[in-house]
Design a protein around this ligand. Structure first.
Ligand code: DOR
Ligand code: ZN
Length: 421
């Protein structure tokens, strides 16, 4: 196994130093046999961890596969991703989660951890085999019907009770379905102007309010996917102050983009939950800095051309995000490396109970890390994405930062900004 010496690297923005990677871990001592990488001006971060990725395999391999999504993740600086369950067939059995886990191992570019469905077929009627998925080789700890809300409060309560036994988590896509029937975009001034059916903020806030009460009652762990409104932040703030075991994520796109973009009628901006107002964006940024929102998660949602390049009303919601997440967060937070490491690596790893990721990059830690050039700026070109899909809302946008290299347990997955395999 090749050793690497990262010469003159800045670990989390600290003074430049030499970092040695040997036998898969951060090492100390002489580096006579190591390949030297000139890392002057580069910042080392613990490998990013994404708790919310859609890899589309099995079922929609034309949009993404475990392998192409893993490559996109590595190029984005990730060393672990959690694969959402809304595949076809749905990841609601031990067999399907083991298949996804095995494909991830075979690709070998990031650690792929499957998320299991909460209900059979995401239909919201009957609990899936949560225990069988938990004890499978995939060792599932997080369950979600993402794409759909677990709307039935009795089923949600039972799911929370069930996972409590093994300290599992229910990750909720908070969307009251009756309040969002036919919704096309955020309900507000812009939707009124455009004459599109609105998705009101309260449809998200009402479910979060209900579920923090259920989690509190049961004493279980709840995670809220893609928080998108200022009101949701307030509900979470109160719940956390009371000691409810709730964590929350925000996507890069909800930290940067607003509902005004829907006026273009370009379906690349259609996403669920929808882009909100500038006031919501500011509240989400503040909550992320403060820690009321714990982490950034991409909701990387690749879609085939025919599902995206059509009329707004018929387009599928979702945006690819793995390859632009860190640049977007850098543009929002600036070079606050410790905060970025906390929100994009350490806290997601801690929430998921994922060991070996999100470390301090101390001697002996597994060498899961990424090297960023913060002075570089790049124009996003969809044709250059490693993802099999092209639905990025940032085409033509200049974003700061370039991921130069990524290491998974000491093996490079990305070098010189290019995937190694
Ligand atoms: O925009 C979205 N796309 N939101 C979701 O909840 C699901 C996702 C998808 O699977 O495409
Ligand atoms: Zn979702």
């Amino acid at each position: 196994m090749t050793s690497y010496l990262l010469r003159g690297v800045s670990v989390l923005g600290a003074e430049p130093t030499d970092l040695l990677i040997r036998d898969g871990v951060i090492a100390a001592g002489p580096a006579t046999d190591a390949d030297v990488i000139d890392a002057a001006g580069l910042v080392a971060l613990p490998g990013l961890v994404d708790l919310h990725t859609h890899l589309r395999e099995p079922g929609r391999e034309d949009a993404e596969t475990v392998e192409t999504g893993s490559r996109a993740a590595a190029l984005g600086g990730y060393t672990a991703v959690f694969a959402m369950a809304n595949t076809s067939p749905v990841a609601d059995t031990a067999g399907v989660v083991e298949q996804v886990w095995r494909l991830g191992r075979e690709a070998g570019l990031v650690d792929v951890q499957p998320i299991g469905a909460v209900t059979v077929g995401l239909a919201g009627k009957q609990l899936a085999e949560l225990g069988a998925m938990a004890t499978s080789a995939a060792g599932v700890r997080i369950f979600s019907d993402d794409g759909h809300c677990v709307a039935d409060p009795r089923l949600m309560r039972r799911a929370l009770e069930y996972v409590k036994a093994f300290d599992g988590i229910i990750a909720q896509h908070a969307e009251e379905p009756r309040l969002t029937e036919g919704a096309q975009m955020h309900e507000g001034e812009v939707s009124t102007r455009l004459g599109l059916t609105g998705w009101p903020a309260v449809a998200e806030e009402a479910i979060i309010a209900r579920d923090v009460l259920l989690a509190e009652h049961v004493g279980s762990r709840l995670h809220i996917c893609h928080v998108s409104t200022a009101g949701s932040v307030e509900v979470l703030r109160q719940a956390k102050a009371r000691g409810v075991r709730v964590t929350a994520e925000v996507t890069p796109h909800h930290l940067l983009l607003t509902d005004e973009l829907a006026a273009s009628y370009d379906p690349v901006y259609k996403v669920n939950p929808p882009l909100r107002t500038a006031k919501d964006v500011q509240a989400l940024r503040d909550a992320l800095v403060e820690g009321v929102i714990d982490i950034v998660a991409t909701d990387h949602a690749p879609h085939a051309v025919e599902d995206k390049e059509c009329e707004w009303a018929y387009a599928r919601p979702g945006m690819v995000g793995l390859e632009t997440a860190l640049p977007v967060v850098l543009s929002v937070l600036g070079q606050r490396w410790d905060l970025i490491a906390e929100r994009m690596s350490r806290t997601p790893a801690r929430i998921a109970g994922l060991t070996g990721h999100g470390t301090d990059l101390a001697v002996g830690d597994p060498a899961n890390l990424t090297l960023v050039d913060p002075s570089a700026r790049r124009v996003v070109d969809p044709s250059e994405l490693a993802s099999r899909s092209r639905n990025t809302p940032y085409a033509g946008t200049t974003l700061p930062g370039r991921i130069v290299a990524t290491f998974l347990r000491g093996e490079p997955t990305v070098l010189d900004g290019k995937a190694v395999k």
